[in-house]
Design a protein around this ligand. Structure first.
Ligand SMILES: [Fe+2]
Length: 317
C-alpha cells in the first residue's frame, strides 16, 4: 500500500495517535444537569469512553470534572460506565491516576469498567488483572479471573463484555462469554426492564463502520454477539473506541422491533472526528418506567451539547 493510500485509509486512527497537548479545562457551574423528571427517575448513569489517561496531573485533573459536574447537579447518579481505553499506554501510573480520582469522589457509587485496546495491547495479563481487581473491589463482586461480568443496580442489569486476549484493536469473545451474555440478558429482561450492555468495540457495520474507523469493530465474533443481543427486548449497547463525536451515526438501531439500540460514546480526552467534535463529551442516561433517555453532555466544561443528535428518547416495549 502506498503512503497516500495508507494515510487516507487510516486517517482517523492516525489523528487519534497524534500527540495532544492537554490543557486544564475549567468546569462551569452555570449549566447544571437537570433530568426530565427527577422525581420519577428509577435509575441514572453517566457513560464516558476513551479517557486515555496519561501519567500527568492535567490528565487526572480533567477527569475530576466529571464528578464536579455531577456534584453541581441536584440529580443523583447511580453509576459511571467507562467503555474502555482507560489509559493511553497501559502504564501502572495511568491506572493509579484514574482510580485515585474515582476514590476521591463521593457522587457516583458504582463504576463499570471494561478494557480497550490501549489498555491491553502491550501487557494483556497484567492490565487485565489491574482493571478486573478494581471491578471486584468497586462493585463488590467476584469476576473470577474473567474479562466479563454483570451486576444489578436498583434492579436493572448491567452486563460488561471484554476481550479475552490481545487482538490488535479488536476483541476476542469466547463462546463462554457469549453464553454468559445470553443468560444474563434473559435474566435481566425477564421483568421487562431495560438492560445495559457495554463493550469497548462496536458491532461490525454500525455507527458508520468501517469508514469511520477502519479497525473499529468487535472482530470475528461481532455477528454472534449481536445476534444474542437481538433476541431480547429493550437492550441498550454502549461502546467507545470510535472517537466519532456527536453526529448522525452516534446512534445505531440494531433491531427496531425489539428496541435493541447501540450508542457510540465519543472520546473523553481526544478530539472527536465528526459532528460535535469536542473532547469531554459523554452521555448521561435517565431510566423511567416507560422510557430511557440519553443526553449528550460536556462533563469537562459542565455544559450542555447543542446538536440535533444530543438527545435520544426510547419508549420501552
Ligand atoms: Fe480503542
Amino acid at each position: 500500500m502506498g503512503l497516500d493510500l495508507f494515510i487516507k485509509k487510516y486517517k482517523y486512527q492516525l489523528q487519534a495517535a497524534m500527540p495532544n497537548y492537554d490543557v486544564a479545562w475549567e468546569h462551569s457551574k452555570d449549566d447544571p444537569i437537570v433530568f426530565e423528571d427527577g422525581e420519577n427517575v428509577r435509575l441514572s448513569f453517566v457513560s464516558i469512553a476513551d479517557t486515555h489517561i496519561a501519567p500527568n496531573e492535567l490528565s487526572f485533573k480533567n477527569l475530576e470534572n466529571i464528578f464536579s459536574d455531577c456534584e453541581n447537579s441536584k440529580e443523583n447518579f447511580d453509576a459511571l460506565l467507562m467503555a474502555g481505553d482507560i489509559a493511553e499506554y497501559g502504564r501502572k501510573k495511568e491506572y493509579e491516576g484514574f482510580f485515585s480520582v474515582y476514590d476521591k469522589q463521593k457522587v457516583i457509587p458504582n463504576v463499570f469498567l471494561t478494557m480497550g485496546n490501549h489498555d491491553v495491547r502491550f501487557l494483556y495479563k497484567r492490565n487485565q488483572k489491574i482493571i478486573m481487581d478494581k471491578v471486584n473491589e468497586y462493585l463488590n463482586i467476584d469476576t473470577n479471573g474473567k474479562s466479563f461480568y454483570s451486576k444489578d443496580v436498583k434492579g436493572y442489569t448491567f452486563i460488561v463484555l471484554g476481550t479475552e486476549k490481545r487482538v490488535l484493536e479488536k476483541a476476542h469473545i469466547t463462546q463462554e462469554q457469549i453464553d454468559f451474555l445470553d443468560r444474563e440478558l434473559k435474566r435481566g429482561t425477564e421483568n421487562k426492564k431495560p438492560v445495559f450492555v457495554m463493550c469497548h468495540q462496536a458491532f461490525a457495520e454500525t455507527h458508520g463502520l468501517p469508514e469511520v474507523w477502519k479497525t473499529g469493530d468487535m472482530g470475528e465474533q461481532s455477528d454472534l454477539v449481536r445476534a444474542v443481543m437481538e433476541k431480547y427486548e429493550n437492550v441498550f449497547f454502549i461502546n467507545g473506541h470510535l472517537h466519532g463525536g456527536v453526529f448522525e451515526k452516534t446512534l445505531h438501531i440494531l433491531n427496531e422491533e425489539k428496541n435493541c439500540i447501540s450508542l457510540s460514546i465519543p472520546s473523553y480526552r481526544k478530539q472527536n472526528n465528526f459532528g460535535h467534535q469536542d473532547c469531554g463529551v459523554g452521555y448521561y442516561c435517565e431510566v423511567y418506567d416507560d422510557k430511557v433517555v440519553f443526553t449528550a453532555r460536556n462533563f469537562l466544561t459542565g455544559k450542555s451539547v447543542e446538536n440535533e443528535f444530543s438527545k435520544f428518547t426510547f419508549k420501552l416495549i
